[in-house]
Write a protein that binds this ligand. Structure first.
Ligand SMILES: *Cc1c(COP(=O)(O)O)cnc(C)c1O
Length: 424
């Protein structure tokens, strides 16, 4: 179905229903940016809403909380209602707040209630370190030794986690399960519905980290009965470095008091009564803690316009086709150079990036950068390439593999040391 020619790549670009969105982004003309899974690029709309919010600060001062184009007091809820469209939540189930890691702390503080034999938390051995650190510290706060009480399901192949192994580990010692939707290194997409159903059949609550899927892959968190979820917006959602994160709590849990409470979780009508008795909001807004980081929320407003225009299903479709094209070209052109594809090949199990493994990955990445192609390296041997639907073309994908072929054939990577930089 694919052909390994530039003409074929150009044909795919002509047929691409999302092609008009590339001009919405600031893209260095000389570069191909394949690192949107770590930090998405700035769009003109995101820049515009950031400026609107700084303008409001300049011209309105304190009145920016309730005046101006995007009143700050309601931003977290209003945007949550929009981001809900990306994750399949009801409007009131999503709020824009905190960071990935602080939201995980909030949610574990709320949902981890060890009792009787159920005292352990189930996770996996391939999750992002910050998630694991948070779970370890939460266990310690309850007086448990993480060595014993954090159960991390092992990977059979070092890349992926088997859903059957996860389900087999859902024993009557487990109080809570926290898993990624997509594994950050291999890009494996877990079956959220199957895992949620299995957890609930065993009387266990389950939450997901959506950092590597939100903005690239549609979810049905409400429909699937997921108890809670959290994710960042600075990767596929393009909200800028340090952009404020998202949090989903299923409406069946709205009666729960948040584990970590603060005045911005108040019922909005009551917040400024300044009482010492906390009256939580009746929705996901209750899980906010303090004053929203308004300037780091602002770009998300404009970014969401683009998602609403493009539609997350269409974004997923293009992303799947672009990653499939990339894998096809790798097989055609890089077969002889020792690359292995580390991500699952099936559409149902593949996230938004391609994971290439190679012993010289660190210096191949350096050489790619010298050729104006921006990849992403994960130690010890992974090159992540994310053809983000909004701003990477099929021609970009074709050119990337051509350059990689040259780098390998001419051994240009040998000009560099095979070590990672501080940020990799
Ligand atoms: C990016 C990422 C994080 C980052 O957490 P922050 O609190 O935003 O720094 C955490 N977990 C996963 C799975 C990630 O991909």
């Amino acid at each position: 179905m694919f052909e390994a020619t530039k003409a074929f790549a150009e044909k795919l670009d002509q047929q691409d229903p999302l092609k008009k969105f590339k001009q919405e982004f600031y893209i260095n003309e000389e570069q191909i940016y394949l690192d949107g899974n770590s930090l998405g690029l700035m769009s003109k709309r995101a820049e515009k809403t950031l400026h609107q919010v700084t303008d409001a600060w300049r011209t309105l001062g304190i009145d920016g909380w309730t005046g101006g184009e995007h009143p700050w007091f309601y931003m977290a809820e209003n945007l949550g209602a929009r981001v809900a469209g990306l994750v399949g939540g009801k409007k009131e189930e999503v709020v824009v707040t905190g960071s990935t890691t602080t939201n995980l702390h909030q949610l574990v503080s709320t949902f981890y209630k060890p009792s009787g034999t159920r005292t352990k938390i189930l996770a996996d051995e391939l999750n992002f370190p910050s998630d694991i650190y948070a779970l370890q510290s939460q266990l310690k706060l309850h007086g448990y030794d993480p060595e014993e009480h954090l159960v991390q399901v092992k990977s059979r192949d070092g890349r992926t986690i088997s859903e059957d192994d996860l389900i087999a580990a859902m024993t009557d010692e487990i109080a809570l399960i926290v898993l990624p939707t997509v594994l950050y290194r291999s890009g494996q997409l877990l079956d959220v519905e199957k895992l949620t159903t299995a957890a609930h059949e065993r009387g266990i609550l389950i939450g997901f980290d959506g950092c590597h899927s939100v903005g690239a892959i549609p979810h049905e968190f409400h429909e699937h009965g997921v108890d809670f979820a959290y994710w960042c917006h600075y990767k596929y959602v393009n909200s800028g470095p340090g952009g404020v994160a998202g949090l989903f709590v299923h409406e069946k849990h709205f009666e729960r008091t948040p584990g970590l409470t603060g005045w911005f979780g108040s019922d909005k009508q009551k917040q400024f009564d300044m009482e010492h008795t906390f009256t939580p909001a009746e929705d996901a807004g209750a899980f906010q803690i303090g004053t929203p980081h308004v300037l780091s929320v602002a770009p998300l407003i404009g970014s969401m316009d683009l998602f609403e225009e493009a539609g997350i299903d269409q974004i997923r479709e293009k992303s799947l086709q672009a990653t499939a094209f990339l894998m096809f070209l790798v097989k055609e052109k890089l077969e002889d150079y020792g690359f292995e594809i580390g991500n699952p090949l099936d559409d149902e199990r593949r996230g938004g990036h391609v994971c290439l493994e190679h012993p010289d990955a660190a210096r191949i990445c350096k050489s790619l950068k010298a050729h104006q192609i921006i990849p992403d390296f994960r130690a010890p041997n992974v090159i992540r390439l994310a053809p983000v639907a909004f701003y990477v073309t099929y021609t970009d994908v074709f050119h990337t593999v051509e350059v990689m072929e040259k780098i390998m054939k001419e051994e240009l990577y040998k000009n560099y040391k095979n070590e990672r930089g501080v940020i990799a």
